[in-house]
Design a protein around this ligand. Structure first.
Ligand code: HEM
Length: 86
């Protein structure tokens, strides 16, 4: 059985900057293990660390299958602050 994804808010994701967390399509990834393998280099990846990278990613290479490539880096899903604080 697959465990349910852990919800992360924007502020939690921004605190994950040093671990190179990002959000793509609503999913939260820890890109750290992937950093050395990115054909575009580490600095490019770090531009989206701690925030939603979907827009920039789509501008650079919309054809890249991030969902498949980053499967092992998936740590949760992005949620709105209000969904947590109740
Ligand atoms: C190239 C994956 C995020 C900038 C590539 C390529 C892959 C890839 C597979 C080769 C594509 C090809 O040759 O057709 C990823 C993954 C990302 C990510 C999995 C998310 C974690 C980003 C971001 C940026 C970026 C956020 C920009 C801010 C680039 C650039 C290249 C590239 C500039 C071209 C490198 C070259 O051909 O010299 N990336 N990328 N990538 N990526 Fe990313």
């Amino acid at each position: 059985k697959k465990s349910s994804p852990i919800p992360y808010t924007e502020s939690e994701i921004s605190r994950g900057r040093r671990d190179a967390w990002t959000v793509l399509g609503g999913k939260v990834y820890n890109m750290t293990p992937y950093l050395p393998y990115h054909p575009g280099g580490e600095p490019e990846l770090l531009r989206v660390a701690g925030k939603d990278g979907s827009k920039l990613f789509g501008e650079v290479h919309p054809w890249v299958n991030w969902e498949g490539m980053l499967e092992g880096c998936l740590i949760g899903v992005a949620v709105a602050e209000e969904e947590i604080k109740q």
